[in-house]
Design a protein around this ligand. Structure first.
Ligand SMILES: Cc1cc2nc3c(=O)[nH]c(=O)nc-3n(C[C@H](O)[C@H](O)[C@H](O)COP(=O)(O)OP(=O)(O)OC[C@H]3O[C@@H](n4cnc5c(N)ncnc54)[C@H](O)[C@@H]3O)c2cc1C
Length: 434
């Protein structure tokens, strides 16, 4: 990998997401050599992926070059590499560009879509966990409307304009809201010769309320907002199979839709060598102690979505969200310095800053520890927080300008089929990119 040996201990961080970057920032001025590895050369701001999928933002504005975050620090090295295996016995890791040894290893690989072993859904649905996947979804949505224009078969046309989003968490809710706004404000202008009123947006939730991780009042309000926007909210229904056209559920309800977005679960990305059952909890997360150490290893740590730190308050670990990842990365950064300086370690305490979701223009729900509010003010808070946490000044400016423009013009100009997403044939498998 062409990384020199140094007199400082070497900390390898796998993953330049929220956790990995927060950790590297804490370490880069200290007497350690930091080697950050990621299979992408950019950090992805996942909370805004749905805006890329729906043409509200260009992908570049929610991605940031990892090298730039930490440029100028002589002890910091980034390599574009996919980590394939960890060898804890000899303290090395294997990647697609070679092998490297470590003194301390931090796993911050995040999570991926969980299809719970359902192959028909995995093969035929769309996931939204990365920028390439979001661009695929954007292309597919637009291609479906182009195709709907060409067919004389009313049944097929309806199917092309039907969307089923599975999962009533923030991702599903935000995507449904954005699609409903496109239906209302953009489709009639773009496709005047198509009866776009027939387009259906269905949000399917397995439980009895959407946004189950938020307060009941936030769930109720979000559902009302969605219904006002014309989204069909289906609760207590589980999708069981999808062949690219027909959506089968565990009830009598079924859908015919050319697009099914699966936002119903994630699982941690675990790497060979640390994937034995004894290290893993539910959802493939690595069990860690309050100092982020992976059980059984003094020099291997995990932060973010991939780490499960069980406590009385969080028996299933912290929520798989950006804030826990950032706070864990920061705490571990400080602890690694303490380890090297032979000082006592600080246990991690999560400071819950609340959660929020937006449901289209002027509408959001916000749950803070002491206050819960919904509506226009919540929407402003949502926008401010997302701009604040977006990495890069340019990205903040670009996103802000886009949002103002979209708000004033009722528009989403990034509705471009840059990289067509082709289905092999209408009713069956797609060719997945990524
Ligand atoms: C659509 C969507 C919307 C979301 N909305 C919100 C929200 O509104 N608020 C919120 O708090 N959270 C939200 N989240 C969750 C949040 O993004 C995650 O909890 C957060 O990104 C976790 O941070 P992390 O550092 O653990 O992992 P990530 O940010 O996912 O970073 C992991 C990194 O590891 C790299 N990687 C993985 N495997 C390897 C490997 N083998 N080799 C090399 N590199 C590897 C990846 O390329 C990636 O860069 C959302 C997530 C999604 C998908």
């Amino acid at each position: 990998m062409n990384i020199p040996q140094s007199s400082f201990p070497r900390v390898i961080v796998i993953g330049g997401g929220f956790g990995g970057i927060a950790l590297a920032k804490k370490l880069c001025k200290k007497d350690v050599q930091v080697v950050l590895l990621d299979k992408h050369n950019y950090h992805t701001f996942q909370p805004l992926l749905y805006q890329v999928s729906t043409g509200g933002l260009e992908p570049d504005s929610i991605a940031y070059p990892i090298r730039k975050v930490l440029q100028g620090y002589p002890n910091f090295y980034f390599r574009l590499a996919e980590v394939l295996r960890i060898n804890p016995d000899i303290r090395t890791i294997q990647t697609n560009i070679g092998e490297i040894n470590y003194d301390y290893l931090v796993v911050a690989t995040g999570s991926e879509t969980n299809f719970f072993g359902n192959t028909s859904i995995e093969e035929n649905s769309m996931a939204m966990k990365s920028i390439p996947q979001s661009l695929n979804l954007r292309s597919l949505i637009l291609e479906n409307f182009e195709q709907a224009l060409l067919t004389d078969d009313l049944h097929e046309r309806d199917s092309l304009m039907n969307f089923v989003i599975v999962g009533g968490g923030p991702t599903g809710v935000e995507l449904a809201g954005a699609l409903a706004e496109i239906k209302k404000g953009i489709l009639p202008k773009d496709y005047p010769d198509l009866d776009t009123r027939r387009a259906q947006i269905n949000l399917v939730q397995g439980g009895d309320r959407i946004l189950p991780a938020m307060s009941e009042v936030a769930s109720r309000k979000a559902e009302r907002f969605l219904e006002k926007l014309g989204v069909n909210v289906w609760k207590n229904i589980r999708v069981e199979a999808y062949d690219g056209k027909f959506v089968k559920t565990n009830t009598d309800t079924s859908f015919e839709a050319a697009t099914l977005v699966w936002a119903a679960g994630v699982k941690a990305i675990c790497i060979e060598g640390l994937d034995a059952k004894e290290f893993l909890c539910r959802g493939n997360r690595l069990r860690v102690n309050e100092f982020h150490q992976v059980e059984g290893f003094a020099e291997i740590f995990a932060v973010g979505d991939v780490a499960q730190m069980e406590s009385e308050e969080f028996p299933n670990g912290h929520p798989m969200m950006a804030q826990p990842a950032i706070q864990q990365g920061q705490n571990l950064g400080e602890n690694l310095v303490r380890i090297i300086e032979n000082k006592p370690l600080k246990p991690f305490i999560y400071r819950d800053k609340g959660s929020m979701a937006t449901i289209g223009r002027n509408k959001a729900v916000v749950d803070l520890k002491k206050f819960k509010f919904q509506g226009v003010f919540a929407w402003y808070v949502w926008m401010f927080i997302h701009l604040y946490f977006l990495i890069g000044f340019r990205n903040r400016v670009v996103v802000f300008i886009n949002w103002v423009y979209n708000y004033i013009k009722f528009d989403r100009e990034a509705r471009l089929i840059i990289r067509p997403f082709k289905k092999q044939h209408q009713v069956s498998r797609k060719q997945p990119v990524e």
